[in-house]
Design a protein around this ligand. Sequence first.
Ligand code: ZN
Length: 153
Amino acid sequence: MKKYIIYLWTLPIDLIIWLIILIVYLYAGRKLHYNNGLWCELNVRPKRFAGITLGHGGLLCKDFSATILHHELIHVEQYEAISLLCCLIAILTGLFYWSLYPIIIYLTGFYIAYGASCIVAWLRGEKPYYGNIFEESAYSQVKGDNDGKRIER
Ligand SMILES: [Zn+2]
């Protein structure tokens, strides 16, 4: 039950994301399912990615594995934490300086944090994707995970 409290600060972002996922589903979707978010399994298996987390949900390649879903669900947990931080920053900032910026920070905070982490990884001489802290964390948590024990929540 406590996990639904998280939706207090993510729901506005999730509603936008779920609309995007539904639009993608109409054009390139194979299946929709809900597992701590709305996921659209695509008709295709793109070469560049197996899954993309957009918030509470995202896009998964055709015939995705349990390991891929586990990886994406770790990104959902990251999204929940970063979104709370950005929500608090937006509220505190809005108390002193009311404008559109706090709302933009709130709505885009997770993606800005992910992009910033890619830039930092690149500046360290690592690959932006594999070197960013979000991917390092997700890959290390699913390493050797083939039983899917954390898939259903
Ligand atoms: Zn990832």
